[in-house]
Design a protein around this ligand. Structure first.
Ligand SMILES: [Fe+2]
Ligand SMILES: [Fe+2]
Length: 402
């Protein structure tokens, strides 16, 4: 007697920005066709670069919406954070190679729409996808029988020995692009999206550019707590309006980085970003460097912040220091590249670096700050130089400059 341990898992992938009915329908089509043990909905990873100005939803928002959409759906449906855990963009081929290595007893089915089939050969390593999955191609009858669909299938079979099975489905004419567009132009209706997704997106003002959001809407987008709303009122009373906006920008940016790397809790990034300049009281003398330690003190004493990680991120946000914690790095870098600083070549460069290597972004910011201060003949805190040298040598050890 042979023991049957093999499992069958179908995977529906995509950016899920936002998740919509066609994604769910792909899962149902797979259920009907092959009766798998589980259907995994797997939002792709991303470094959040496209969310800097707010047009695209943050990774954590995409994840939250997918979770809502799956509530009350078929019991075989699961939300998989496999790709969300990755700090950068993810490739389907690599995901399935890893899944196969880790779960050798699972047969993986990759569920795609018929329109995806034609473009698959242009993806990263299509042979790896074809060799590590069974492709379940969902389409209406006329789509499946269309000459280009069949030609694409033949090519993949001939080149990569692909196992392609066509499955019927009830196509719904939706796409994430259209959904985002209708959010932008205000034509979206609740019934256009799966349960809870519309409310969530509206509540967090997703698919709207940050510079069209009010201060309160920025806080709502970040999911700020009632306490943080109060902190914000205080900031507004004490800081210049431009500094207040900047604080919201740093909060947003810090959360994007924390979400991208998933190295610190979002709540800490939000609080530290929001309060990082709380010591920079309008009209106070000589606060260029002194406002960071003063801010850490003020956050503890006047705002009642007790989280040491948050306090030290505020403490070191201006000068940086050697051997910073992940949160300290995030606040230091976010302060430098937050979206309301606008779009300049060196800033966009720093933003791209920040999403791929946080240490490198720290070094880039420190180096530019030192250059800037030198050019203006201003005083440089020795610890800024120490910070720069520390990260230069850390990167050197990693081989970044070679
Ligand atoms: Fe500051
Ligand atoms: Fe700042």
């Amino acid at each position: 007697m042979t023991e049957q341990t093999e499992k069958h898992i179908a995977v529906v992938g995509g950016t899920f920005d936002p998740i919509h009915f066609a994604h769910l329908e792909l899962g149902r089509a797979a259920l009907r066709a092959i009766d798998p043990d589980e259907v995994w909905f797997m939002p792709s990873g991303s470094n959040n670069y496209r969310s800097v100005r707010g047009r695209r939803a943050e990774k954590y928002h995409r994840e939250a919406m997918a979770k809502l959409a799956l509530e009350g759906e078929d019991e075989h449906f699961r939300l998989s954070d496999w790709e969300l855990r990755e700090p950068g963009s993810t490739y389907t081929s690599r995901t399935f190679a890893e899944l196969n290595a880790i779960y050798p007893d699972v047969t993986w089915y990759y569920v795609v729409g018929a329109d995806t089939l034609s473009s698959l050969k242009y993806w990263e390593e299509p042979e790896l996808i074809c060799n590590s999955t069974v492709l379940l191609v969902a389409g209406r009858e006329e789509q499946v029988s269309a000459a280009d669909t069949q030609a694409a299938a033949e090519t993949l079979r001939a080149r990569y020995d692909a196992d392609i099975r066509f499955i019927p489905w009830n196509d719904r004419p939706v796409s994430s692009t259209k959904v985002r567009q209708s959010f932008a132009d205000g034509t979206i209706r609740e019934e256009d999206l799966p349960h809870g997704v519309y409310d969530y997106a509206v509540k967090h003002h997703l698919y709207r550019m940050l510079d069209t959001l009010s201060d309160e809407e920025m806080l709502e987008r970040a999911g700020a707590t009632a306490e943080e709303f109060e902190y914000f009122e205080r900031l507004k009373a004490e800081l210049k309006p431009k500094r207040v906006k900047h604080s919201l920008g740093v909060m947003h940016m810090a959360m994007l980085l924390a979400d991208g790397y998933r190295n610190v809790p979002l709540e800490k990034a939000r609080l530290a970003g929001l309060l990082h300049d709380c010591g920079r009281i309008a009209g106070a003398p000589n606060n260029a460097l002194g406002h960071a330690p003063a801010g850490a003190l003020k956050a503890r004493r006047d705002y009642g912040v007790t989280d040491e990680a948050v306090l030290s991120a505020i403490r070191w946000h201006t000068t940086g220091r050697p051997g910073m914690t992940e949160l300290e790095k995030i606040i230091y870098v976010a302060d430098y590249i937050e979206p309301f600083r606008g779009s300049m070549v060196y800033l966009d460069k720093a933003r791209r670096i920040a999403y791929t290597d946080l240490d490198r972004a720290v070094f880039f910011a420190a180096q530019n700050t030192v250059r800037y201060l030198k050019a203006r003949g201003e005083e440089i805190d020795p610890i800024t130089l120490d910070c720069m040298e520390y990260y230069r040598s850390a990167l050197d050890k990693k081989g970044v400059f070679r």
